[in-house]
Design a protein around this ligand. Structure first.
Ligand code: DGT
Ligand code: CA
Ligand code: CA
Ligand code: ZN
Length: 582
């Protein structure tokens, strides 16, 4: 298990203890330990392999009890204390915790006073007006809880693309290893790279269907078999993900891939075009009468319909079919077009790895630069940087760059910040510090639910600050967890266009912020975007792929994406020609 997994269990133990006995010393110790574990550079499994329990006890804040718990988790994957607490407190803590505004302290009160154990109980209590009368709650917090429950219900059953796609890809690989399998391709919303997927749709071309079906329903990760037919089966995996699998003949592969990639509305539009030409399009092929004129490949289908090939990310019937008719589709930003990453956290704040390590990891992925953008002082919990610390960090970045030059590397580390936007729209660092940075990102981490007019004014003030270069994760939403901040996007984009401020597409799978619709608004207004990983760990650069997918879904081209440009051009755009090369 990795450190994040271990920290997750430890944190949950602390939360159960808090529900049970209040914010006791023990509860706090577990919470702090979870935080410590998350910030450790070395995997705990390695620490343990190196020096056993003794090595664990050397970690700050890990006493005997915690050490034993860690040893147990490392060696067995579970904590008996965790299991015991779950049995003793029959509440769905993860679900209740995911309601915005609820934490262990409030969950404790709801459980003790109203016997609230799960989301259904919570919803009933809120609808019945029972929560407002409890001490520490009120009418407003009751409303907020209800909104939170509704928000979760809307997202229920859809998995983040970032969680589902890796499963789809490894399944493709496994299937391709089977004898007689000629193609295995993920279709559906995952191929269109939607932010979340309802299920995975897998297509296979094989000599014989039966062995594929037999393998599929017997995979070790299968929890339940939902359907088992001759050419179509469906299973639910242990992680909750549903997978549909179809075996199709080679001559239908392109047609089936097109049909099952969707979207439904894109399919309907294509079928209409086929009809208008006196043809028939279905998942078996494109037919004139009984004769198939296309079907082996998707390209063949589009060509026969006299359409430009439509990239899957655009297939939502939102104008792409009309443009494909005129060969007028945009040339989308490509998956290997990024030169750098403009939002990277390091161990100076809540990131796991040092500036050096992050630079190495980015370089290994073929990037040419990163901008270090640690949090600022208002986020004290995450060790946000004040003026003094960020100046020290700048010195370290100079040293890192000097080492890179000495080693003959072309890679650069740029100086930046993820500067917190305060409630009134002013920024969390003074002007003279901001002026020394190469790239200033600004972002919201508090007061998410200000009224629309106040939020709009706050955002516009922040992004038109002469030092602000990029608006990071603009709506601050977290998919399935926190709704987007409510502000007037049109007014904000107009202000951004005027001020030359760039809008970010934060690629982290639970953020993907901006949305495709908002990206399209940027593109049509000439507002530039940046696709950033928001990495807190060297492994996180891989999420850039999801940000690129999102940008493509928003119709963004290379010229719209500043980190797809050479670094000098990017910097001179941000700072204006005068400070070029600064
Ligand atoms: P999801 O799974 O909810 O994230 O979204 P999809 O798009 O993967 O939808 P899914 O899994 O229900 O079906 C896969 C594809 O099959 C869908 O994108 C288009 C096609 N499809 C499904 N039902 C229909 C339909 O009733 N009409 C048409 N034209 N296509 C359909
Ligand atoms: Ca699907
Ligand atoms: Ca499906
Ligand atoms: Zn942030």
């Amino acid at each position: 298990m990795d450190n994040a997994g271990i920290a997750g269990i430890i944190r949950e133990v602390g939360e159960y203890i808090q529900v049970d006995e209040g914010l006791s010393f023990r509860a706090k110790a577990y919470d702090r330990a979870a935080e410590t574990i998350e910030s450790l550079a070395e995997p705990l499994t390695e620490t343990y392999a190196r020096g056993g329990l003794v090595a664990l006890l050397e970690i700050k804040g890990i006493g005997r009890g915690l050490g034993d718990a860690l040893e147990e988790i490392i060696t067995s994957g579970v904590s008996s204390l965790h299991e015991e607490l779950k049995r003793a407190l029959p509440i769905d803590l993860p679900a209740l915790n995911s309601v915005q505004g609820l934490g262990p302290q409030k969950i404790r009160a709801l459980y003790k006073e109203l016997k609230v154990r799960n989301l259904e109980d919570l919803e009933k209590a809120a609808v019945g007006g029972k929560i407002r009368v409890l001490t520490g709650f009120g009418e407003k917090s009751e409303e907020k809880i209800l909104r939170g429950v509704e928000f979760l219900k809307r997202g229920a059953g859809r998995m983040l693309l970032g969680d589902a796609l890796p499963w789809g890809r490894s399944l493709e690989k496994e299937l391709l290893k089977l004898k007689g399998v000629r193609k295995a391709t993920l279709a559906g919303s995952a191929r269109r790279r939607r932010e979340t997927v309802g299920d995975l749709d897998m297509l296979v071309v094989a000599d014989e269907a039966k062995p594929i079906m037999d393998y599929f329903i017997a995979m070790p990760d299968v929890e339940e078999i939902l359907a088992n037919g001759e050419t179509k089966s469906a299973v639910r995996l242990k992680n909750g993900l549903q997978v549909d699998l179809r075996v199709v003949p080679a001559e239908s592969y392109g047609a089936a891939l097109n049909y099952f990639t969707g979207s439904r509305d894109h399919n309907i539009a294509l079928r209409q075009i086929a009809q208008d030409k006196g043809l028939k399009l279905n998942e078996y092929g494109l037919f004139r009468g009984d004769v198939a004129i296309a079907g082996f490949t998707e390209e063949g289908i589009y060509a026969a319909l006299e359409l430009e090939f439509v990239p899957p990310e655009l297939r939502e019937n939102s104008g792409e079919v009309e443009l494909a008719r005129e060969s007028g589709l945009p040339q989308l930003v490509g998956y290997s077009d990024l030169c750098g990453d403009l939002q990277v956290q390091t161990s100076w704040t809540d990131g796991v790895h040092s500036i050096d390590k992050m630079a190495d990891a980015a370089m290994a992925l073929g990037l040419e630069y990163i901008v270090v953008t640690d949090h600022t002082k208002r986020l004290a919990m995450m060790g946000g940087l004040d003026e003094k610390k960020i100046r020290l960090q700048m010195k370290e970045i100079d040293a890192v760059n000097a080492r890179l030059v000495a080693a003959g590397k072309k890679f650069r580390v740029l100086k930046g910040s993820e500067c917190d936007i305060l409630k009134d729209g002013s920024l969390d660092l003074p002007d003279d510090v901001l002026a020394e940075l190469d790239v200033v990102g600004v972002s919201i981490h508090s007061y998410f639910d200000l009224p629309r007019d106040k939020q709009t004014a706050r955002v516009i003030k922040a992004i038109t600050n002469p030092h602000a270069d990029i608006f990071f994760h603009p709506t601050a939403r977290k998919i399935n967890a926190r709704p987007a901040c409510d502000f007037d996007m049109v007014a904000v984009l107009d202000a951004a266009a005027q001020a030359g401020t760039v809008m970010e597409v934060d690629a982290f799978p639970d953020r993907l912020d901006l949305s495709a619709e908002h990206i399209r608004m940027c593109v049509s207004r000439g507002v530039k975007i940046a696709i950033d990983s928001d990495a807190h760990d060297k492994a996180h650069f891989s999420v850039l792929e999801y940000g690129i997918a999102q940008a493509r879904r928003g119709w963004a081209r290379k010229e719209d994406v500043i980190n797809a440009w050479p670094v000098e051009k990017m910097l001179s755009m941000l700072k204006g020609a005068q400070s070029y090369g600064k």
